[in-house]
Design a protein around this ligand. Structure first.
Ligand code: IPM
Ligand code: MG
Length: 369
């Protein structure tokens, strides 16, 4: 393993910077204990718009391409809501995903024992929940053309987006899902709307074909995405790995996040293909957004971003023991009853963003003593 692990941190907007401040402390903790990181920081989203007039500078894009991994906070906020579409904060994030070709977005929904009560669902429905959503991230309606808004005369306008998938786009993300399932519960559920969309028919056919060719040891099922949304709240534990397209994955992963109690708990990893040396481009980010309503109040939950750093240790740096350590530290803090506002429960102790950082660092110390 190379001794210099380069890491580009992009805190972004809203609660992004405040949660990232706590995660930097965790990165610093590992840095002092054997794993050395070369950390750089840069701007994305509204912060980049304010500095450069665009949501991602070319120079930042280059740095992201060169880094071993990128850790992003969140983008967007009311301040930039009225900007033209092409320069909105979200375009910065979408450009990173597209140009780094991060087609596989891994969103694990894990219900921590201590948080069973934080879910809006009954404890028995979510206790022990452990599902992995694999969302296709660089295709589909997010990037398909034609797209746009046009005048069609008579005071009418038309908005157009295109859902589009090719064989190889479907196969490469399905392969990631099958590979993950082999290391987990051995089951993949593929979700689309083959009942109304040709792209869904193709999706189902290609996933089925790949399964028959290379992954017969994995159990494959198919589900319409609307049914999957319903099944996720009815009986989420029926799922192991879910693989789905960009838009359905966006929706289903928010839903899955809430099963675990709070959006503030869910990490994600976005991965590209492995190059000749086995290296994958990668970006890690919490599933939650910039949460302008609580920005600057010390209420934000830094755990999703901490766990995203944990995923980075696992997938980019091949440090599974260190990744486990992050997760164990978070579990210990939750078990001790400390909670940020979003996961607050009766009898628990409410802590600020920074105090949550203190608590996780203290547990890391204890666990490694
Ligand atoms: C997500 C977010 C993004 C998306 C936004 C911020 C562009 O909702 O990562 O899920 O739609 O992909
Ligand atoms: Mg989303």
């Amino acid at each position: 393993m190379a001794s210099n692990r380069s890491l580009l941190i992009l805190p972004g907007d809203g609660i992004g910077p405040e949660v990232m401040e706590q995660v930097r402390r965790v990165v610093g903790w590992f840095d002092r204990k054997a794993v050395t990181f070369e950390v750089e920081e840069d701007l994305v989203g509204g912060a980049a718009i304010d500095a450069h007039g665009i949501p991602l500078a070319d120079e930042t894009m280059e740095r992201a391409q060169d880094a071993d991994a990128v850790l992003l906070g969140a983008v967007g906020g009311p301040k930039w809501d009225d900007l033209p579409f092409e320069v909105k904060p979200e375009r910065g994030l979408l450009r990173l995903r597209k140009e780094m070709d991060l087609f596989a977005n891994l969103r694990p929904a894990l219900c921590f024992d201590a948080l069973v009560e934080a879910s809006s669902l009954k404890p028995e429905i979510v206790a022990g929940l452990d599902i992995m959503i694999v969302r296709e991230l660089t295709g589909g309606v997010y990037f398909g053309s034609p797209r746009g808004i046009e005048d069609i005369g008579g005071g009418e306008r038309r908005g157009v987006n295109t859902q589009i998938y090719t064989t190889s786009e479907i196969r490469r993300v399905a392969a990631v899902a099958f590979e993950l399932a082999r290391k987990r519960g051995g089951r993949v559920c593929s979700c689309e709307k083959a009942n109304v969309m040709e792209s869904g028919v193709l999706w189902r056919e290609e996933v089925t074909k790949l399964h028959a060719e290379s992954y017969k040891d994995v159990e494959l099922s198919h589900m319409y995405a609307d049914n999957a949304a319903m099944q996720l709240v009815r009986n989420p534990k029926q799922f192991d790995v879910i693989v789905t397209d960009n838009l359905f994955g966006d929706i289903l992963s928010d839903e899955a996040a809430m099963l675990t109690g709070s959006l503030g708990m869910l990490p994600s990893a976005s991965l590209g293909s492995a190059d000749a040396t086995g290296r994958r481009k990668a970006l890690y980010e919490p599933v939650h957004g910039s949460a302008p309503d609580i920005t600057g109040q010390g209420k934000a939950n830094p755990i999703a971003t901490m766990l995203s750093f944990g995923m980075m240790l696992r997938y980019s740096y091949d440090l599974p023991a260190e990744a486990d350590l992050v997760q164990q530290a978070v579990e210990a803090v939750l078990a001790s009853g400390r909670r940020t506002a979003d996961i607050m429960a009766e009898g628990a102790e409410e802590v600020s963003t920074e105090q949550m950082g203190d608590a996780v660092l203290a547990e890391l110390e204890k666990l490694s003593a």
